[in-house]
Design a protein around this ligand. Structure first.
Ligand SMILES: Cc1cc2nc3c(=O)[nH]c(=O)nc-3n(C[C@H](O)[C@H](O)[C@H](O)COP(=O)(O)OP(=O)(O)OC[C@H]3O[C@@H](n4cnc5c(N)ncnc54)[C@H](O)[C@@H]3O)c2cc1C
Length: 270
């Protein structure tokens, strides 16, 4: 079996985890809800699993002024219990992820590093330009979500590097969030959308999940809004999204949903 010769480390601090990760063939696991499936399906040969799910410093949520900081190993259930009132848009997205049993173990960090175009926290993180704190034995760096994810399942994370914190600056805003899946629960998105209206500056943010190699932030459409040309936005969205046909939906239906959700959001903020 693929796991028979696998070593398992259970570090208690970030420093210990980084030392464990410095050896060849060591890979991180947090909740394991993506990783274990991938290991089994790909029968990938790895030498060591480093479980970061027990590191207390990665399980903190802080609110400082307008900045919400979420530890990478905060599970969705912990977020709903500890911080749901801080960012109702993220709460709406998290409540629609998987099922209570998965939400009890699956983490924010795992959703981000897994970098699926259908990752349900991601449109919200893109809409707020969330920052990721990355740590390695060589130091720390902070990277915006849009620069962190480079394609489906691809990020700029180096070997031996950990995502430790997600920082979200929360302005005054109203929002619209929808997720369409094949079922109401335990279903990955066929499309998800989050539209944010920044009330102080009268700007909008538009982020679309599962309709491209990564989440699409529609910067050009946001510019049209600034220029007072919001009637042109739905047509532009139709061209900007890059959906595919797969087992969850057709490209045509996904494109239709993106346009209609955008229209609904624009109507809501009139
Ligand atoms: C039945 C089921 C239903 C699901 N439904 C949904 C859904 O509705 N919406 C959705 O978005 N997802 C869904 N998922 C996918 C999954 O639950 C989420 O992506 C989850 O957030 C992954 O978190 P995790 O802690 O389990 O990650 P893991 O599986 O532990 O890790 C995922 C990847 O990230 C890496 N990693 C994890 N944490 C870190 C870190 N801090 N630093 C560096 N690397 C790290 C791992 O090495 C691995 O490559 C579902 C999964 C299952 C099994």
């Amino acid at each position: 079996m693929w796991y028979e010769s696998l070593a398992f480390e259970n570090p208690k601090t970030v420093q210990e985890a980084l030392e464990c990760l410095a050896t060849d063939g060591a890979e991180v696991i947090a909740g394991g809800t993506d990783k274990l499936v991938q290991l089994r399906e790909k029968k990938k040969s790895i030498k060591k699993i480093v479980n970061i799910g027990d590191i207390k410093s990665l399980k903190k949520i802080k609110k400082n002024g307008n900045t919400l900081t979420i530890g990478a190993c905060i599970t969705y259930s912990e977020f709903l219990e500890l911080a749901s009132e801080n960012l109702p848009l993220l709460t709406d997205a998290v409540k629609q992820i998987a099922s209570p049993s998965i939400r009890n173990i699956a983490t924010f960090g795992g959703n981000i590093v897994n970098a699926s175009p259908a990752g349900d926290t991601l449109p919200v993180l893109y809409a707020f330009d969330a920052e990721q704190l990355l740590e390695s034995l060589h130091g720390k760096r902070v990277v915006k979500i849009n620069d962190f994810i480079t394609g489906p399942g691809e990020t700029i994370l180096n070997n031996g590097e950990l995502l430790t914190e997600i920082r979200i600056n929360i302005p005054s805003f109203t929002y619209y969030y929808r997720k369409f899946g094949p079922r109401k629960a335990l279903a990955l998105s066929k499309v998800s959308f989050c539209g944010v209206h920044l009330t102080d500056s009268d700007e909008i943010r538009l982020a679309y999940g599962a309709v491209g190699p990564a989440v699409i932030r529609a910067y050009e459409a946001e510019e049209l809004y600034k220029k007072g040309q919001k009637d042109k936005i739905p047509d532009l969205i139709e061209k900007l999204v890059q959906p595919i046909n797969d087992q969850r939906s057709t490209a045509e239906y996904r494109r239709y949903l993106c346009v209609e959700m955008t229209r609904e959001f624009l109507k809501k903020i009139q």
